[in-house]
Write a protein that binds this ligand. Structure first.
Ligand code: SF4
Length: 258
C-alpha cells in the first residue's frame, strides 16, 4: 500500500460544530465521498484533491501548529481533562474531515501518528463506514443521517456498539420530520447513555454550493428554522447539544478554508 492520501485542503481555523466548537483546529479535508447528502456544503471535495505522502501531511500539521508551542494548561487555562469540558492535550486540535475520511485506508495510520504526536484528533465521519479500526484515542464525531439528507438508508447501525463516551453522535436537522426521526432514534437506542448528542441545524446552501449530484430533499418534508429547532429541543427537554455551525456564523457560508 502506498503511503499517500488524496487531500483537498489543510488549514487552520476554529472548530465549528461539536463539543470542541470554538477551539483552534487544523482541518485535513480528504477527497471523495460515497454519499450525496441534500445539504452537503463541501461538494467540491468529492473530486478535487492532490495526492500527498503521509509525511508531508504530518509536516504541514506541525507547521500550522508551531505557533501554539506552549502546552495547554500552562497559559490558556483550558481544561486538560473531562469535568468542565472535553479533554484537550494540546492546541490546536486536528480534525480529519471530508468528504469521507474513512474511504481512504491511509487515514488510519495518519490519525495514529497524530495521536502519537500528542494532538487531540477528531474524526468527522458520515456513519456509513466501519469505525472500529480507528485508533481508540481519536474522538469520533459520527453522523446518523436523517431522512432529509436523502441518505438515511446508508446509516451503519452496527457502528453503535463501538461508540465510547469520548465520541459524539451528530444529527444534521433540515426538517421537522428529521427532528422527530432523531428524537425517536435517541429513545429507541438510548443514545444519550452512550456519548454526547449534537443537533446541528443545516444552514441553507448558497447557490454556488449546490452540487449537481446532491440528493433532493425527499417529498413531504417541512423545513425547520434554526429558532424552531432550538425551541423544540427546549420544549421536549431533549438531552442534546444545539449546534449553529459556528464557522458559518463568523464567515460567509460558502467561504472555503475556514
Ligand atoms: S457525508 Fe458529508 S461529505 Fe459526504 S455528502 Fe454527506 S455531508 Fe457531504
Amino acid at each position: 500500500m502506498s503511503d499517500t492520501l488524496v487531500v483537498n485542503e489543510i488549514y487552520l481555523s476554529l472548530q465549528g460544530e461539536s463539543t470542541f466548537a470554538g477551539l483552534p483546529c487544523i482541518f485535513i479535508r480528504l477527497t471523495a465521498c460515497d454519499l450525496r447528502c441534500s445539504y452537503c456544503d463541501t461538494a467540491y471535495a468529492f473530486t478535487e484533491g492532490e495526492k500527498k505522502p503521509l509525511r508531508d501531511v504530518q509536516a504541514e500539521v506541525h507547521r500550522l501548529a508551531a505557533a501554539f508551542a506552549t502546552p495547554v494548561g500552562q497559559t490558556s487555562g483550558l481544561p486538560v481533562s473531562g469535568a468542565s469540558g472535553p479533554a484537550v492535550k494540546r492546541l490546536p486540535l486536528v480534525e480529519l474531515t471530508g468528504g469521507e475520511p474513512l474511504l481512504q485506508k491511509n487515514s488510519l495510520p495518519l490519525m495514529q501518528a497524530l495521536c502519537d504526536d500528542g494532538f487531540t484528533v477528531l474524526l468527522e465521519t458520515s456513519g456509513a463506514h466501519d469505525i472500529a479500526p480507528v485508533d481508540s484515542r481519536v474522538r469520533r464525531i459520527m453522523d446518523l443521517k436523517c431522512p432529509g439528507s436523502g441518505e438515511a438508508a446508508r446509516n451503519r447501525w452496527e457502528n453503535l456498539p463501538h461508540l465510547k463516551r469520548t465520541d459524539e453522535i451528530k444529527f444534521v436537522i433540515t426538517t421537522r420530520e428529521d427532528y422527530e426521526w432523531a428524537k425517536a432514534r435517541i429513545a429507541e437506542h438510548q443514545l444519550d447513555s452512550i456519548c454526547p448528542l449534537l443537533f446541528s441545524w443545516a444552514h441553507p446552501l448558497a447557490p454556488e454550493q449546490k452540487g449537481k449530484s446532491l440528493k433532493k430533499l425527499p417529498p413531504g418534508q417541512t423545513p425547520i428554522s434554526r429558532q424552531e429547532l432550538a425551541e423544540q429541543i427546549i420544549a421536549d427537554a431533549l438531552p442534546v447539544r444545539f449546534q449553529a455551525q459556528l464557522h458559518k456564523v463568523i464567515w460567509a457560508p460558502a467561504q472555503r478554508g475556514v
